[in-house]
Design a protein around this ligand. Structure first.
Ligand SMILES: [Zn+2]
Length: 394
């Protein structure tokens, strides 16, 4: 009985062992390390754009260019695009990762152990998202050298993602024929498949009051901070329901203790996996702001902008099924998940390209504790290649 149980428990391991890796671990890790040593954390992406464009060129794409995104959004360099022929006809799949990183990045010292890659903790590592870039390169190289069946592939490496998905936003989406894509970006287990991400709105409300001496003639003033408090108190914040959240992030106003403040600025956000719910919240906030302005006999300047659109992939979509099969082929159990944050996938979703988000094998993103767990990095590499091969069957 005990022996039986043990055999059952180790079944996934046996299956994995039977599955020889398709990808080249050493090549992928070396490319990752090269990328890590090209600083792209301070709006200085030009060098890394050039580097990846040259590596893409070696793979003989049908089309390759670096766009002029930085002219529109600042920084340097541009989004890098490449198109590759498939071995089967059909709709291409888009593969995407971002080239910029958060700071600090100056003088990265990499520490390489048997199991992970990290830094000396004075800088970030940049696995977010250079691990994603290395994974996409390794997938294409593996498909080519092993002659594996695959649909046409469109690669988009974006810039300034960390500044608010800016590169993806200005990329000319008419270049893309893909209706599905895979964004390789994020932390998590290799078996995690992100199939949902919220619609996101950002708001900035400026409440205008009227200045007056607070002790001598307060009745001549209108208190902008009191206006903002009134409005904030009329709404619910935090988790609204399982799909939806709302947050007041910053508030600033007032000049001195004894002056009735004439201006108060509030910045916040609303997000929901259900676009209707988030639009409802935005409408309510607009109404509340107008009512407060009316009540105080003053005005509010409210700006609301949609930062990104929701990703809503059904588990029945071919790309999700293909990724699930790929994960199962490694003896793992796929976990379909939703995430609270946004990726470039949300920008592509707004243009009719639904994207699955795969993790990279990295952990502790946006901190100097960031690291890349090699076993997970390699597992995602396998999953990515096998997902693309599965897609060729559809
Ligand atoms: Zn990222």
């Amino acid at each position: 009985m005990r022996r039986c149980l043990l055999a059952l428990l180790s079944l996934p391991l046996i299956l994995a062992a039977q599955n020889q890796p398709l990808i080249n671990h050493k090549r992928m890790t070396n490319l990752f390390l090269q990328l890590v040593h090209i600083d792209s954390g301070n709006e200085n992406e030009a060098e890394i754009c050039q580097f990846v464009a040259e590596r893409l060129k070696e793979l003989n794409p049908e089309e390759l260019f670096i766009d002029d995104a930085s002219k529109k959004i600042g920084g340097t360099g541009g989004n890098v695009f490449a198109r590759f022929k498939g071995t089967v006809n059909g709709k291409p799949v888009m593969l995407s990762a971002h080239l910029d990183t958060v700071a600090p990045t100056k003088g990265i010292k990499v520490i390489l152990t048997e199991t992970e890659i990290k830094t000396d903790r004075t800088t970030i590592l940049g696995a977010d998202d250079k691990a994603g870039v290395a994974l996409i390169f390794e997938a294409i190289r593996t498909l080519r050298e092993r002659n594996l069946p695959h649909p046409p592939i469109e690669v988009v490496f974006t810039i300034r993602e960390e500044k608010g998905l800016l590169g993806a936003k200005v990329f000319d989406k008419s270049k893309l024929k893909a209706r599905y894509g895979i964004i390789v970006d994020g932390s998590g287990e290799p078996s995690d498949l992100i199939i949902g991400s919220p619609t996101h709105f950002r708001f900035e409300a400026i409440f205008y009051g009227k200045a007056a001496h607070a002790g001598v003639e307060p009745e001549k003033g209108i208190n902008a901070i009191a206006m903002a408090s009134d409005a904030i108190a009329a709404m619910n914040w935090g988790r609204i329901d399982e799909d939806t959240t709302a947050n007041v992030g910053t508030i600033e106003g007032g000049q001195a203790m004894n002056i009735v403040p004439d201006r108060c600025k509030v910045i916040g956000e609303f997000r929901s996996h259900d676009p209707q719910k988030v639009e409802g919240l935005v409408a309510k906030w607009k109404q509340v702001c107008e009512q407060v302005a009316l009540k105080f006999g003053s005005k509010v300047d409210l700006k609301v902008e949609k930062t990104f659109d929701a990703i809503r992939l059904s588990p029945e979509e071919p790309i999700v099924k293909a990724a699930m099969k790929a994960i199962e082929s490694l003896g793992l159990k796929p976990k379909l998940k939703r995430m609270g944050g946004g990726t470039d996938g949300n920008v592509f979703a707004a243009h009719g390209i639904q994207c699955l988000v795969l993790p990279t094998g990295g952990e502790n993103y946006h901190s100097t504790d960031e690291k890349l767990v090699l076993a997970n990095f390699y597992a995602v590499g396998e999953i990515l290649v096998r997902t693309i091969v599965e897609l060729a069957k559809h």
